[in-house]
Design a protein around this ligand. Structure first.
Ligand code: PMP
Length: 408
């Protein structure tokens, strides 16, 4: 049983205290985005009320304040990931942009014709399509680690895919579609053994597991603030210094340059080399408030409590008529993806919404994975630290009565 005071945590999230369709909101769509605590909302309004100014260029007081707060987030993200230096943290729009940045810079420069990139069958579209685009341009080859019927990666097949032609392995740490926790350490070590670099998509991992880039030894890692209680439109890309320095810039513009002239331009040092233009300053600043909030509760405490919720949900769901879980990996976090025999996921989602319950239905941006399971999509309930066993109980009862309605 958790030592966390969940009632107190719930009070930090104003959005939770409302009725939806006449019922108390039950928010189980955390794998799409999490809700924001008051401290994050306050950080945003504080910035716009008192500090708003463009960063890095101004010498006036507001510019100094906003620059300091912006760079403090970089330090906090660096510590959150245990990066060796804050300069190894690049601000992005989110995971998607982080992966695209690596494809457009590292990929364009270091991956050529006949080279190979390995991803997995569990990937989000954002960790598939950028590599398809690169492969089309560079005539490199995309290979896919398969999954077994439980939704776990088949590492024996991964071994067969690896070779000296492998330049990059890019996989997620935790699957947003099924909740599978992947054996990233083994994946990283094996990639390094053949000289390949590794990018970890930690979008679904950072809210639910401790991520330590130095311990893992990954070369790149991308995540989004909005899934870790922070604002939308902001994320971070970690990269090892030597790699980031060897990579060409991403976008051209202000901030990413040292000197510009028509006879030639020199680029700024990392991380600024990759941060062209005015960023999402207020949202970056509020991102720090989100990570401070997580650190205060403790990621290990959050993960342990969410595991309790997951076990409880599995226990109750096992008793639901026609329940068919999709993804039954031994190592899972926070997500139950399922079908109910004879009921379309979309219909279930609508009926649950009428009872105030927010779940996700569909392919969860992982269409190739759905194809492997020979389904169009699932119903996905994904939990966060502010969810409760009472909510899960209410959800399962709602599910049972919805099924009865459909079976009439
Ligand atoms: N990868 C994974 C595993 C995800 O869960 C998500 C978000 N659902 C993404 C990538 C994309 O993140 P974003 O849309 O924030 O860029």
């Amino acid at each position: 049983e958790t030592q966390l005071n969940i009632e107190k945590i719930r009070k930090d999230f104003p959005i939770l205290h409302q009725e939806v369709n006449g019922k108390p909101l039950v928010y189980f769509d955390n794998a799409a985005t999490s809700q924001k605590p008051q401290c994050v909302i306050d950080a945003l309004t504080h910035y716009y009320n008192t500090d708003n100014a463009n960063i890095h260029r101004g010498i006036h007081t507001l510019a100094e304040r906003s620059t300091t707060a912006f760079e403090n987030t970089r330090k906090t993200v660096g510590k959150f990931l245990n990066a060796a230096e804050a300069e190894e943290i690049i601000f992005t729009k989110g995971t998607t942009e982080g992966i695209n940045l690596v494809a457009a810079t590292f990929g364009r420069k270091f991956i050529g014709e006949g080279d190979e990139i390995i991803i997995s069958a569990l990937e989000h579209h954002s960790n598939i399509v950028p590599w398809q685009i690169l492969c089309e341009e560079k005539k490199c080859v995309l290979k896919v680690i398969p999954v077994n019927e439980k939704g776990e990666l088949v590492l024996a097949e991964y071994d067969k895919l690896l070779s000296e032609r492998t330049k990059l392995v890019s996989v997620n740490y935790i699957s947003n579609a099924l909740g599978t926790i992947n054996p990233v350490q083994e994946i990283i070590d094996k990639a390094h053994a053949v000289g390949a670099k590794v990018l970890i998509d930690a979008a679904q991992a950072t809210p639910h597991a401790r991520v330590d880039v130095q311990a893992m030894g990954c070369d790149f890692l991308a995540f989004s603030a909005h899934k870790v209680y922070g604002p939308t439109g902001v994320g971070a890309l970690y990269g090892k210094r030597a790699l980031l320095e060897a990579m060409p810039p991403y976008q051209g513009g202000g901030e990413m340059i040292k000197d510009v002239s028509f006879s030639g331009t020199t680029y700024n040092d990392i991380p600024y080399k990759f941060e062209a233009g005015t960023p999402n300053i207020g949202e970056v600043i509020a991102f720090k408030a989100a990570l401070d909030y997580v650190n205060e509760i403790g990621l290990e405490n959050i993960a342990a409590y969410e595991h309790e919720l997951l076990e409880y949900a599995n226990e109750l769901l096992a008793d639901v008529e026609g329940f068919r879980p999709i993804g039954t990996a031994d190592q899972k976090a926070s997500v139950v993806s399922f079908l109910i025999d004879g009921v379309h996921p979309f219909d279930l989602g609508q009926i649950l919404d009428a009872k105030g319950i927010a779940v996700r239905t569909g392919h969860h941006c992982a269409q190739p994975l759905m194809e492997i399971f020979n389904i169009e999509g699932t119903v996905r309930a994904s939990f966060s630290v502010y969810n409760t066993k009472e909510e899960i109980k209410y959800f399962v009862e709602a599910l049972k009565s919805s099924i009865k309605m459909f079976k009439k």
